[in-house]
Design a protein around this ligand. Sequence first.
Ligand code: SAM
Length: 255
Amino acid sequence: MVGRAVDFDALSGNYDSLRGRSKERLLPWVASVAEYADIRSSDKVIDIGCGTGRYTELFSGFCGTVVGIDASQGMIRQASNSRRQGVDYLISDALSMPFSQCSFDCAVMFMAVHLFTPEQRRLLFECVSGILKGGGRFVILTESHARMRRSLWRHFPGLLDIDLHRFPDLATLAGELKEAGFVTGRRFVRNDLGEVPTKNYLARVEGKMLSTFSLMTEEEFREGFDAFSGRICELYPETVPDYQEFVLVRGTRKV
Ligand SMILES: C[S@@+](CC[C@H](N)C(=O)[O-])C[C@H]1O[C@@H](n2cnc3c(N)ncnc32)[C@H](O)[C@@H]1O
């Protein structure tokens, strides 16, 4: 796994405080994914690579039951702290999930597909196809290369190179899903959340709010942060626009 160097157990303690767990920020994404996945109120959903359950728990408002699985014990420990009715969590590698064939109506994956190598994605998509019912939907929330090239992160030296390498491009992802028996589609979504004070934004960056930073040496991070914060202060001396853009890739399992 490309992401082996990212130690999610170590990141789990302050994962939510750096990335945010507010309903206001996360619900629009869950609603977009639920809508694109045609989730119905009786559906059984699996959230693969659920992390601290930030999105998983909000799904319970859209479906019958939801199971969040994650390979990291630390992440699942955090998730279990705020477990709601209709939500279950399980420590499991996504490549060897302990579910029978045709167990779920829908599978979702938020910001985790880039942690798998191409070979692992092939196996992952086969596993997901197996546990979904015929006509089941699989929605992956990820980043497009085009968006990465125009995001604020492009000002952080070295970051774009790392992420362009680990995030699969959209054509590749669609091709891999088709090979695993899915009919594919995609949708771009953007949420604007106003402005945040520049100093608060930079404090979160300095706290390493992206897992990509754990793939840099401390020296690379410090040098990059100095260059980045200088550029951001020049561009946005008072406030930084607060927005998120993702792409949803959908695979529908053939009946
Ligand atoms: C960037 S985090 C995203 C977490 C959550 N989906 C969110 O957006 O808040 C990626 C998660 O994928 C999990 N992960 C990575 N490889 C995995 C694997 N092979 N099986 C299950 N989970 C995995 C990590 O432990 C981590 O919690």
